[in-house]
Write a protein that binds this ligand. Structure first.
Ligand SMILES: [Zn+2]
Length: 241
């Protein structure tokens, strides 16, 4: 057993035995890990505050064969303005659940962690509609996992110009001439631009735009139909959104 320092966000917490807690943490160094915090349910235990979902910081832990044992935690962000607000907690919990479901232990999950962190900060800021936040988070998550709609070229002929319809069947855009032959939904250039930005932007710059309600509705409509056709997993936290 070696002592390691891990940086990450607590995704979920559950009780174990009489006084302990079990944490799932998305870490920069080791992907998603399971860690035990011994005695963390005793009132004066120093690990009490760190054992909550959304806590971001560094964790000193002993690495065992299949799990970690936390000895010390240094939380730098509790996302307090998020956890005090019911609607924000609902959306934030959805983000945590998605990250938990899709991340893997021992794999490089730095992008997913960065996306989760920036997304929680964006929720906390109160500057964005929750519908837009969910759209951005979901689409960028699909990009991280390498399975997302092609929004830069016509999925039929490969042309880059006059992209004007979205085809669910073809996982992406159709140009003007192909759209007259294939089934697609015509979308505005601002919705297309928003999708292109989300797909190509680096994660730190992701939450730097808002959309008018018409564009936002169209973006959600397109992504909803994509979710319906290609994302079969049902998240528990989605019921609260
Ligand atoms: Zn085409």
């Amino acid at each position: 057993m070696g002592l390691v320092t891990l940086t990450g966000i607590v995704l979920s917490v559950s009780d174990v035995g009489e006084f302990d807690r079990r944490l799932v943490i998305l870490t920069k160094e080791s992907g998603r890990i399971t860690a035990f915090a011994k005695g963390a349910r005793r009132p004066n235990n120093p690990l009490v505050a760190a054992c909550s979902p959304f806590c971001f910081g560094t964790f000193e832990a002993f690495e065992g064969r299949s799990s970690y044992h936390i000895s010390k935690a240094n939380i730098s962000n509790y996302f307090r303005d998020l956890v005090m607000d019911y609607d924000r907690v609902c959306l934030g919990s959805y983000f945590l659940e998605v990250a938990d479901f899709l991340s893997v232990e021992g794999v490089d999950e730095r992008n997913r962690l960065a996306l989760l962190y920036q997304s929680l900060k964006a929720v906390e800021s109160g500057k964005f509609s929750h519908r837009l936040l969910k759209d951005i988070y979901d689409l960028k998550t699909w990009v991280i996992d390498g399975e997302y709609p092609n929004v830069f070229t016509c999925t039929c002929c490969g042309k880059k110009e006059n992209l004007e319809a979205f085809s669910i069947k073809r996982h992406g855009m159709l140009c003007k001439s192909c759209a007259s032959k294939e089934l697609g939904t015509t979308i505005s250039s601002s919705t297309l631009y928003a999708m292109q930005f989300i797909v190509s932007s680096n994660i730190e710059k992701l939450y730097t735009f808002v959309l008018n309600s018409e564009t936002e509705e169209e973006l959600t409509r397109i992504l909803d139909s994509y979710r319906l056709n290609y994302r079969s997993h049902k998240y528990k936290s989605e019921d609260f959104l």
